[in-house]
Design a protein around this ligand. Sequence first.
Ligand code: CAA
Length: 285
Amino acid sequence: MGREIATVGVVGLGTMGAGIAEVMARNGLRVHAVEIDAAALNRGRAHIAHSTRRAVARGKLTAEQAAELLDRIEYTVDLEPLAGADLVVEAIPERLELKRELFRRLDGICSAETIFTTNTSSLSVTEISVATSRPARVVGLHFFNPAPVMKLVEVVRTVVTDPGVLADVEALAARLGKSPVTIGDKAGFIANALLFGYLNHAASLYEAKYATREDIDAAMRLGCGLPMGPLALLDLIGLDTAYEILDTMYKQSRDRLHAPAPVFKQMKTAGLLGRKSGRGFYTYE
Ligand code: CAA
């Protein structure tokens, strides 16, 4: 019988981490939400408060449920409160050394039983896991944006993952109302490996001025029945994140499909990161 997961740590409260913390708290888990400094912590808290208010306004949560949800989250800039967590989700920026360093520190703080998960989109879970003394208890737990809405999570196993840990993480995903799919440790896992060649191609079409952003997006929404067009989706994902994912997949496979279109780096450098910065392919309020 697997172990009951009641308390989790979520480290990193950007777009994904804030959404993950919200999903966890919404489903009855106690959450220690961690950011690097007070400003980032406040941004994460505001993101969760906004999303929760929106759920109440749309009749998805009662005001009482929203208050209970928010009560289950404790905010901190320290890792020490994670000592007794049953599971930690890491959702910090997509840089291998940063993630390895975080897990090295967590390894010294958390109980030997704590399961470590990473929300990485494209880095190697194996390389992250070996920064700890417990690689068998480290798995990928990859959510999709917006995390409170998208039903999929990818559970990523490595060659040393303990099958019991995998089962506990799959059970947690189901408890969160998600449908887990399990995959070995390859760049892009399933969804991004298939999605990002398409998104990259859409950015190239736009960059070469073959069509307007509206027409590229309309073609895929209205012609292929997708909920949003590729350029709007890139704005949702974040141009910086999209660039990192493409770059990592390209470096691993050298498949030109994933060679990032130059426009990604240019927009990233200019601070046009998509929705989160107010402007990407489109402009947001
Ligand atoms: N946070 C919380 N809830 C949100 C939300 C957010 N950021 N955005 C939308 N929602 C909720 C709304 O509250 C609404 O809920 P109800 O139906 O329960 O009332 C529901 O989602 C639909 O929202 P809207 O009516 O406002 O808008 P929509 O119908 O256009 O849906 C969407 C918005 C869910 C984002 C939809 O357009 C969609 O599914 N887009 C595709 C998203 C996608 O492909 N994501 C994967 C990206 S790849 C990735 O994440 C992997 C990676 O590693 C980068």
